[in-house]
Structures are given as structure tokens and as C-alpha cells.
Design a binder for this molecule. Structure first.
Ligand code: ATP
Ligand code: MG
Length: 252
């Protein structure tokens, strides 16, 4: 495969006797939009945790942008350009949008001085990055709003903005549209669709209508393993996917 930005080789994540991720190998080309689908408990979030560093793989190897990151902690991976959103909302509800963004940016900064005593230049740079991320997620006019006053859909847009503010090369979105109304879902889809093509995006999502219209390629996980990998056009008709994911009987 030409120029993969992310390569997993035989990655295993075990929790006691359970192999939540059970020997996953996959390669994602730079700039690709990839969906990870699969039934509840298939290991999708655990796979994200292994890529982002929240959970160390039990075995296997993860290479990101030419760096072996298998054993690196999350903040080192973030600095290399891996960013993520969470399946469960992870915002500070009583702070403003802008303050949530500043905390995300400073928390990710490699320099303590930068976080504590930002010079005017650095602050201007921060402000620019925040404005860009808010524009990309269509909430530029909400910067001063307290997060808990926003709709749930806008909060999910803010989570993507927070993930973008560190200018990542790889964005991992864990069910970004879960729990949203149809109009909120189509807003999230628009946001994802219009992301800079330089950013590689991997999206976990149960909503097939949303996901299959967004991605170039799909990986279906089942019981911690890659069951199927193919372009979105064939996924709905794939008998294995129908059987495990859509809960339909196989007519093979
Ligand atoms: N920290 C943990 N400790 C023990 N077991 C875990 C842990 N995290 C996940 N698991 C288990 O690993 C398996 C895979 O979970 P995971 O959250 O990765 O699934 P998922 O595909 O994201 O599911 P969903 O679609 O419901 O979000 C499940 O059986 C889950 O209970
Ligand atoms: Mg999950």
C-alpha cells in the first residue's frame, strides 16, 4: 500500500482472559477516510485506545507516520499528530467553548513555559488555531457560550474542534453522531466531509447511512478480529457483515 500513515501489525489487547483486540493488522493510507464498524463489544473503542495510547497493546506493533509508537504514552502520540474524540462526552460543561479549547491546546503543549507564560505571539497563534478549529466544525459563532447551554449536537461538534485544535495528522472519531437527531447527524457528516484532506480520519460509527457516505474504505471488526475490509459500496451486501453486524441471516 502506498504511503500508509498508520500500520498495525498483529495488535492484541487483552483484559485478563478476554482478547478485546485479537491480532489486528491493518494499514491506513495517508488522507484516507476509514470506517471501523462492528457489533457492540467487537473491540472498536479498544482498538482506538491502542492507537491513541490509552491502553498499551499486550503484543503487536503500531507505526504512525514513520514512528514506532507501540509503547508511547498518549501525550507523546498526540504530539506526533494523533488526536481523538471519545464515545462518552469529555467536555468541561460549566466553561465556555473558548476555555475548553484553550485547556485542550495547553494540555497538549510540549512546553510548560508555553502553557504557563504564553507570550503575545503564542497567544495570537493559539487564537488562530482555535478560530480555525471552530470554523471547521461550524461553531465559530459559539466561542463565548457556556458548553452546557449548547445543544448536544453542538457539543459533539465542539469535541471535534478540540481534537482538531492540536492540528493532527490522524483524527480518531469514536461514534461522533451517537445520540444525535437526523439534522444534527447531517451537520456532523458535513463537518467530517469538509475536513482538510491532509488529515487522515478513522471513524467508528453504527449509523451506516452516515458512515458509508463519508468513507473510502471500511474495516469490520468482530470478536476483536478483522472480519472484512472493503470499500463502502459492497459492505451492505457483504454476507459476513450482514450476519454479524446487521443481524441478518446469511444467504450464501
Ligand atoms: N478496560 C477494560 N477492562 C476490561 N474489559 C474491557 C475494557 N475495555 C473494554 N473491555 C471489553 O472489551 C470488549 C471490547 O470493548 P470495546 O469497548 O472495545 O467494544 P466496542 O466495539 O467499542 O463496542 P461498542 O460498539 O459497544 O462501543 C468488550 O467485551 C468490553 O467489555
Ligand atoms: Mg465503543
Amino acid at each position: 500500500m502506498l504511503d500508509p500513515i498508520l500500520t498495525l501489525t498483529d495488535v492484541v489487547v487483552s483484559f485478563a482472559a478476554l482478547r478485546a483486540v485479537d491480532g489486528v493488522s491493518l494499514s491506513v493510507p495517508r488522507g484516507q477516510r476509514r470506517a471501523i464498524i462492528g457489533p457492540n463489544g467487537a473491540g472498536k473503542t479498544t482498538l482506538f485506545n491502542a492507537i491513541a495510547g490509552a491502553v498499551p497493546p499486550t503484543s503487536g506493533r503500531i507505526v504512525f507516520n514513520g514512528h514506532v509508537v507501540t509503547g508511547l504514552p498518549p501525550h507523546r502520540r498526540s504530539r506526533l499528530g494523533i488526536s481523538r474524540t471519545f464515545q462518552i462526552t469529555n467536555l468541561f460543561p460549566t466553561l465556555s467553548v473558548q476555555d475548553n479549547m484553550i485547556l485542550a491546546l495547553r494540555g497538549s503543549s510540549s512546553s510548560r513555559l508555553f502553557s504557563l507564560f504564553g507570550s503575545p505571539d503564542m497567544e495570537a497563534n493559539e487564537a488562530r488555531r482555535i478560530a480555525t478549529a471552530l470554523r471547521a466544525t461550524r461553531i465559530a459563532d459559539r466561542a463565548d457560550v457556556i458548553v452546557k447551554e449548547m445543544s448536544y449536537g453542538e457539543q459533539r461538534q465542539l469535541e471535534i474542534a478540540i481534537a482538531l485544535v492540536t492540528t493532527p495528522h490522524l483524527l480518531l472519531l469514536d461514534e461522533p453522531a451517537a445520540g444525535l437527531s437526523p439534522s444534527e447527524r447531517s451537520m456532523i457528516a458535513d463537518v467530517i466531509r469538509s475536513l482538510d484532506r491532509d488529515i487522515t480520519v478513522i471513524i467508528i460509527e453504527h449509523d451506516m447511512d452516515l458512515t458509508l457516505g463519508l468513507v473510502d474504505h471500511v474495516t469490520c471488526l468482530f470478536e476483536g478480529r478483522v472480519l472484512v475490509e472493503e470499500p463502502p459500496e459492497g459492505i451492505r451486501r457483504n454476507a459476513k457483515v450482514q450476519e454479524v453486524y446487521l443481524g441478518m441471516p446469511r444467504h450464501a
